[in-house]
Design a protein around this ligand. Structure first.
Ligand code: PHE
Length: 450
């Protein structure tokens, strides 16, 4: 017998949880650095179009399927199936999503562990514990393993507490704090010399780059990763939305929040990098590109904070608290995917499922930590570049081709009276049938043969 299903208690709670999942490390450094290396506002512009034209319809597919089925991805996709072949496809896609998201969590926990270590280091600086601070900032197997495990334990603790009392409660506390910290940091960085050069790099468009296929591909990949698509995360969060809510509007708000925070993060990261450059810190790598990814967050920015003296300690602390919050609200949404499957189909308690799955994923993380140079980039690329788009393609096939239109419309109409006459219903079915699968396929093919 399975326990009664959890449900978000309010629209606000869902919005915080889903935008918390979407807003993560990907937005705060992926988006800004991608924008800076791909023609500034030209990237922003392309990203906005792709986010609304492709990622939003794909997000809606997951939310609608999830709320209809009120179940985990495997059960949901099997339930929509009309033939043994599509049932087998549903099982495969559901399982592949769970495996993919578990591997995403395994590398995400490592990076999030670094964020926690730097957060503590800033705290240690403030109280003058210099030796501890420098240990925290020195890469090492002990430090990395320890913080990866601590971060996984936090993730497990929140998820095990349940949908309402864990995920919703923490996302509703953490997401508003994230916005406050982000805005306060931007206000501070803007007062420093060099910040305006960063704004220029970010906001002045170089439209000659828009036709660049590299730009298109990275904007699309960024949009899919950023909205947590293809792995069943949004499907399971959709399954916890009440039937009284208007799905197209909720999905639109999540998309807008995700974009708004990514765009706002750019107002922090790019100016901060130019301030660092102004202060003589190296921000370009050997190929002449801007330092991106982990290198940016754990090399460039800490060096900048250090130069700022005592103010820098507080700014550093605020920044790494921000990163830790962004990570945690995403990691809980990842663990929820396999957990909901175990709870619903294997009749285990949330506690047991959370501990067993969390421990299993932590073991994978540790294997990556101990073989970092061989495994880290490989796992990131296999999961986010190959698996996520391919699974996104199959979700679109389920919503566009396998599930019948009447069933979809009936689901949307709950909480959205007269949906059949609205804008959404006029456009979305065509997008999810043709545009989304073809566009995803194009990215995928391009990646395989690039
Ligand atoms: N959207 C998250 C980010 O931007 C990452 C994520 C991917 C979360 C897949 C859940 C599932 O960092």
């Amino acid at each position: 017998m399975s326990a009664p299903r959890g449900e978000f208690s309010s629209r606000f709670g869902f919005l915080m949880a889903a935008s918390g999942s979407a807003v993560g490390l990907g937005n705060i450094w992926g988006f800004p650095t991608n924008a800076a290396s791909n023609g500034g506002a030209a990237f922003l512009f392309t990203y906005l179009i792709l986010a609304f034209a492709l990622a939003y319809p794909a997000l809606m597919a997951e939310l609608i399927i999830g709320r209809h089925a009120k179940a985990n991805a495997v059960t949901a996709l099997r339930g929509l199936s009309t033939s043994p072949a599509s049932r087998a496809l549903g099982t495969t896609v559901g399982f592949a999503g769970m495996i993919t998201v578990s591997f995403i969590l395994s590398f995400y926990a490592i990076v999030s562990g670094w964020m926690m270590a730097y957060m503590l280091a800033a705290g240690a600086d403030i109280v003058g514990a210099d030796a501890f601070s420098s240990w925290l900032q020195t890469p090492g197997l002990t430090r990395d393993s320890l913080f990866t495990v601590v971060f996984m334990m936090l993730t497990i603790a929140v998820v095990v507490a349940g949908v309402k009392h864990g995920i919703e409660k923490w996302a509703s506390r953490l997401m508003p704090s994230l916005v406050v910290i982000l805005v306060a940091l931007i206000a501070y960085v803007m007062t420093l010399d060099g910040a305006m050069d960063g704004l220029r790099l970010y906001l002045v468009p170089d439209f000659s780059r828009v036709a660049d296929t590299g730009l298109l591909l990275s904007a699309m990949g960024q949009a899919f990763f950023s909205l947590s698509l293809g792995v069943g995360t949004m499907l399971i969060y959709g399954s916890y939305i009440s039937k009284r809510e208007n799905l197209p509007a909720l999905g639109g708000m999540v998309t807008l929040l995700d974009i708004a925070i990514a765009v706002t993060a750019g107002l922090l990261i790019l100016p901060a990098m130019m301030v660092a450059l102004n202060n003589g810190i190296q921000i370009y790598d050997d190929q002449g590109g801007l330092v991106a990814g982990p290198g940016l967050i754990i090399a460039v920015l800490p060096a900048l904070f250090e130069q700022m003296g005592s103010a820098g300690m507080l700014v550093g602390l605020a920044f790494f608290v921000l990163m830790t919050i962004a990570s945690l609200t995403s990691s809980i949404s990842m663990l929820e995917v396999p957990l909901s499957y175990m709870v619903e189909t294997r009749s285990v308690s949330r506690r047991k499922a959370g501990v067993v799955l969390g421990a299993g994923i932590a073991v994978i993380s540790l294997i990556i930590v101990f073989n970092f140079n061989v495994l880290f980039d490989l796992v990131v690329s296999l999961t986010t570049e190959y698996s996520q788009p391919l699974l996104g393609f199959f979700f679109a096939i389920f919503a566009g081709w396998i599930w019948n239109r009447n069933g979809i419309l009936a689901e949307i109409k709950q909480g959205c009276e007269g949906a059949e006459h609205g804008m959404f219903w006029r456009i979305w079915p065509f997008y999810i049938r043709f545009i989304c699968p073809l566009a995803i396929l194009a990215v995928y093919v391009q990646m395989l043969f690039a």
